[in-house]
Design a protein around this ligand. Structure first.
Ligand SMILES: [Fe+2]
Ligand SMILES: [Fe+2]
Length: 364
């Protein structure tokens, strides 16, 4: 057991001793696996320290303890995986990822002309195979457990960005540009040594400096083909942040292209689902909490608010498990997106905006 300052707590750590607020109110039970929402709570109540078990990530595999501690996390994911739609999507996703991999390799390694229309029609097919928002996100979360490559990530980002473009009401021609922005945003990673890109452990500061070159590298690679300028700019600017804290140039606000700003949100969302803590299935409310924790000022307000609201709203009428073990149905999304109104019985409603001791632990 070790004691950590609250700012050093990470999702997946296991609480070693019951946690109370400075006012003495009970907050989190011993042996709970920390989620982003719990950490938000700890910060909200200004709890300075918490005791966690030593090195939980190494004593138990992340999937193991998620399964042992919170078996219900698997339920929704298992339902998705056992569906016929999932098997069809999986096959199609693999084919499209292979196509992207070979097109980009041929283009970068052999200088072969890249046919963006082939890439685009592959992404369009994949997108139109999914009718509803929730199933698309569920499919992508599950694909993450199978293929962790930059190519699979690029397909994911393209599909999420296309969905965001639809939510913004963009016409079809713009959706196609946005999809290509997603497919090609990380093309510069082809110029970064494999031992750094594929490194399973945390990067050293020196290695991170090398990775930070991929936006400019991507922009340069794409210069040789006639493309909408926004596609090259998405490669260059997708790690810039609205508040000026990004790289490579520290651009801020409207200096960042709209399409690059959309790709940055899709990119971070997909990276969250790749995080080992969430392999067993990311709760969408957890994803929203993670964005809030990171700071919404980093993203363009006209995109991040629509994105998070749409995600939250796509889960209305889904059943959820609360941290006290009770289950219920989401009936209304409140202004505070992670705290909706839950119906737990024929005449019984819980407003999580008022019940700060409760939070959604999983979608079931
Ligand atoms: Fe990137
Ligand atoms: Fe990326």
């Amino acid at each position: 057991m070790k004691t950590l300052a609250s700012r050093d707590l990470k999702p997946g750590m296991i609480i070693a001793e019951r946690l109370y607020t400075p006012a003495g109110q009970f907050l989190i039970e011993k042996n709970s696996v920390l989620t982003a929402q719990m950490i938000s709570h700890i910060n909200f109540y200004k709890v300075p320290y918490a005791s966690v078990k030593e090195d939980p990530f190494h004593t138990t595999g992340p999937n193991d303890f998620v399964e042992k501690m919170q078996p219900v996390y698997m339920t929704h994911a298992q339902q998705v995986k056992s569906s016929r739609e999932y098997r069809v999507f999986e096959k199609s996703f693999r084919q499209k990822t292979d196509l992207l991999r070979s097109s980009l390799n041929d283009f970068i390694m052999r200088g072969t002309a890249m046919d963006t229309s082939v890439l685009l029609s592959a992404a369009r097919d994949l997108f139109s195979s999914q009718q509803t928002t929730i199933s698309m996100l569920d499919m992508l979360h599950n694909m993450r457990q199978i293929d962790d490559s930059t190519y699979a990530h690029s397909v994911n980002v393209a599909l999420i960005a296309r969905m965001m473009g639809m939510w913004m009401g963009y016409p079809e021609s713009e959706l196609d540009v946005l999809t290509l922005c997603g497919l090609l945003h990380d093309v510069g990673k082809a110029g970064i040594p494999n031992n750094i890109i594929g490194k399973p452990a945390r990067l050293t500061p020196g290695e991170f400096e090398v990775v930070k070159k991929h936006p400019k590298l991507g922009y340069d690679i794409l210069q040789s083909i006639p493309l909408d300028l926004r596609i090259r700019n998405a490669a260059l600017m997708h790690h810039e942040r609205y508040d000026g804290t990004g790289y490579p140039s520290g651009l801020a606000g409207e200096e960042i292209d709209d399409f690059a700003a959309i790709i940055s949100i899709a990119d971070v969302y997909d990276a969250m689902t790749a995080d080992r803590c969430y392999r067993a299935g990311l709760c969408p409310f957890e994803a929203i909490a993670l964005f809030e924790q990171e700071g919404l000022q980093k993203y363009h307000p006209k995109f991040i608010l629509v994105f998070l609201q749409r995600i939250a709203n796509s889960y209305v009428h889904n059943d959820v498990l609360l941290n006290d073990g009770e289950t219920g149905e989401i009936v209304l999304i409140n202004r505070h997106l992670t705290r909706p109104l839950i119906q737990t019985g024929p005449q019984r409603f819980l407003n999580l905006e008022k019940r700060l001791d409760l939070y959604i632990q999983a979608v079931i």
